[in-house]
Design a binder for this molecule. Structure first.
Ligand SMILES: [Zn+2]
Length: 325
């Protein structure tokens, strides 16, 4: 959203106009971690909101949208039915432990069904993902600047810590070499042993409790790699293995996917073909937008990212000015 719109939209009454005339369709929102980002030794930038904010958001969503489950969305897609009201899917990505400890009780108290997209390689083991490793190394060694061999620019630590972490993570994402290779280079740079605190993800029993409480699951790949960077075999593994693990460990049917990272460069026709061949019926990206079924592609469903500190006015602006797909 442009700053100008944000500044003048309210004054001119446009915010109110666009919000109240927002079209029918599927509005999906996406969360990652829920809680206080100051509590983690890992990446603070994956926090979407505090528990208090989640309470407030859910109250707001329930007032203005009909919350639907993934199964209900699949049914819309299967029957090619138009959505003649404003409905919303609430989604969480990655599988962090606070989805279970912080989000689930709040979702239950609001009687709301949400779906959790799980990167199965992070579940029930000690794997710390690259973004959490990078953040941990920066917090531990607090460097003044970093430049890895594949980066075009040096990243300088001139503001607060979170800003610097965000900039380093962006450089790792944009760099052509694999994120894990860059982490090895970072470890060497800091002369770090390679050991990290315990990873902060759910295990299989937590996922079972989510299901037992009426929540739904989807796959988010196995290793959380950017799918367009993979070979055909690697891509097949990421799509099939995550689905198979979830289905066999939890006796559930997985037919929904969310793309790791999720911007337009992280999935293509090849990835969508892979999803179809592996029995997925729908997939979410990580870009804002209103899905107007049946015209929107089931493998390119848009989601609004929820960021810390969003007020009701911010949410109204985000939904009111959104593009339609
Ligand atoms: Zn993710």
């Amino acid at each position: 959203m442009s700053r100008i719109k944000k500044k003048f939209g309210n004054l001119l009454g446009l915010d109110k106009y666009f919000w109240s005339s927002r079209p029918n369709g599927l509005y999906s929102v996406n969360f990652h971690r829920i809680g206080d980002s100051a509590d983690t030794q890992f990446d603070p930038c994956v926090y979407s909101c505090s528990t208090k904010e989640l309470e407030q958001h859910l109250t707001f969503f329930k007032k203005h949208f009909r919350i639907i489950s993934l199964s209900a969305l699949s049914e819309y897609l299967r029957t090619n039915e138009a959505i003649n009201e404003r409905v919303m899917c609430i989604t969480f990505d990655d599988g962090y432990i606070d989805n279970y400890s912080n989000a689930l009780p709040i979702l239950k108290s609001h009687n709301v069904t949400a779906s959790f997209f799980i990167a199965t390689g992070l579940i029930g083991n000690t794997v710390v993902p690259w973004w959490d490793k990078a953040a941990y190394l920066i917090k531990t060694y607090n460097p003044k600047a970093i430049k890895l061999s594949g980066w075009s620019d040096k990243v300088i630590n001139q503001h607060d810590g979170d800003h610097f972490i965000r900039a380093v993570l962006a450089s790792i994402k944009h760099c052509k070499s694999a994120a894990e290779e860059q982490i090895k280079e970072l470890e060497a740079f800091f002369n770090h042993s390679g050991s990290y605190p315990e990873a902060e993800f759910m295990d299989w029993s937590h996922l079972q409790v989510l299901i037992d409480n009426g929540m739904e699951l989807g796959a988010h790949s196995h290793n959380h790699d950017i799918l367009t960077k993979l070979t055909t075999d690697e891509l097949f593994y990421e799509l099939s293995h995550s689905k198979a693990l979830l289905e066999s460990n939890l006796q559930c049917k997985i037919s929904a996917f969310s793309y790791p990272v999720g911007n337009r460069s992280t999935y293509d026709d090849n990835v969508v073909d892979g999803l179809k061949n592996n029995g997925y019926e729908l997939a979410f990206n990580f870009q804002s937008g209103i899905n107007q079924l049946p015209s929107s592609s089931p493998y390119d469903l848009h989601r609004f990212p929820i960021a810390p500190g969003m007020s009701e006015a911010d949410l109204m602006q985000m939904f009111g000015y959104a593009r339609k797909f």
